[in-house]
Design a protein around this ligand. Structure first.
Ligand code: GAL
Ligand code: CA
Length: 337
């Protein structure tokens, strides 16, 4: 009995010593300090600023797990040169991991060189660099969402609505006259969303006639302007507006509201993102549908990866595609996520 007790005490003692050593080591190496530099392409972008908020929250949630987290945020206001400088500042400020939302997704080389020089891992997000760039170094990662899927989901929602509401084809010519509001040229979420939405509609047996398109760079005010131009050209011929994101769909709705169109002369509008304003517009019946770009999950995945790459812990738990990519799925529905 006595011997057992002593053995138990010894075991507890040695475990405590091990734990103490582990803590001491972590402190010494600063391994429990996660100092994240977040570089955003433009904080006036609705979805993006929401995503950055989620990322911050997810990173700080590691404070409860024994880490000390700090987040330093920089807004490049759409200038790649400014962003390059901001990353140097973040490195000087002592960040040990960088989350980069590139302004120009084809121009990450300066950032990659900097990261390599100081041996700081980089998680690119939302604006996907080409594979050759990601493959330049083994501490470069990408977290985003699969663009094709959002296009397919948008197409499915639109097809469903058109099938169940034959009056969507207002001039009854058997075709749906549509226009597209496109995001930034060269962005992986612009052209791919459009192509997949249109292909899905066609594959569901819907005949389409494209009237026009406008580039509105994800922006509500620009979309309103583009839409006003298209309305002045096509008047009430437009039956469907496919927008690459919610802000542009809302901008298109703004244009019709400005012109006081009656409900029976309105096209149906579809967006992508599931922003708060868009979900509200869906509730009010103004927006026919949106696809949820899961910013909460993207933030969680990035935070987990950031902690793993800094500490080297739990890296095996992270599930990658093509070694260093993580794509968080979209969610479909008509507004209830
Ligand atoms: C897209 C999103 C857009 C815009 C863009 C910025 O994924 O749907 O609304 O935020 O990212 O890169
Ligand atoms: Ca028609």
């Amino acid at each position: 009995m006595h011997a057992k007790k002593i053995a138990a005490l010894c075991a507890i003692f040695s475990i405590s010593i091990q734990l103490l050593c582990a803590c001491g080591k972590e402190q010494a190496d600063g391994l429990n300090q996660i100092r994240v530099g977040v570089a955003s392409y433009n904080q006036s972008d609705t979805f993006l600023s929401g995503l950055v908020e989620c990322l911050k929250e997810s990173i700080h949630s590691y404070d409860e797990k024994g880490y000390e987290t700090t987040v330093m945020l920089r807004d490049a206001a759409s200038s790649q040169r400014k962003q390059d400088d901001q990353l140097k500042e973040l490195v000087d400020a002592g960040c040990n991991v960088l989350c980069v939302n590139l302004v120009d997704r084809s121009a990450p080389s300066e950032i990659i060189d900097l990261a390599k020089e100081y041996d700081i891992p980089v998680i690119f997000f939302n604006r996907e660099p080409v594979a050759e760039d990601i493959m330049q170094w083994d501490r470069l990662y990408y977290v985003g969402a699969p663009a094709e899927q959002s296009g397919v989901m948008q197409g499915e929602l639109a097809a469903e609505l058109i099938h169940s509401n034959p009056q969507t084809d207002r001039n009854r010519d058997g075709k749906i006259q549509y226009v597209v509001l496109e995001g930034e040229p060269g962005h992986q979420d612009a052209i791919i969303r459009t192509e997949n939405a249109v292909d899905t509609l066609r594959s569901k047996g819907i005949e389409l006639e494209k009237l026009s398109y406008g580039i509105a760079n994800w922006n509500r005010a620009q979309a309103e302007n583009r839409m006003l131009q298209m309305i002045s050209q096509y008047q009430s011929k437009i039956e469907l507006v496919l927008a690459n994101n919610d802000d542009m769909a809302l901008g298109a709705i703004d244009a019709y509201e400005k012109l006081n169109y009656t409900e029976s002369a309105l096209p149906v509008f579809f967006g992508i993102d599931g922003t708060d304003s868009a979900l509200q517009a869906v509730k009010e019946g103004k927006l026919a549908g949106t696809v949820y770009n899961d910013k909460e999950r993207q933030g969680q995945v990035m935070a987990k990866l950031a902690v793993a790459v800094v500490t080297g812990e739990r890296m095996a738990e992270v599930k990658f595609e093509n070694d260093r990519y993580i794509y968080v799925p979209y969610k479909s529905g008509t507004g209830h996520f």
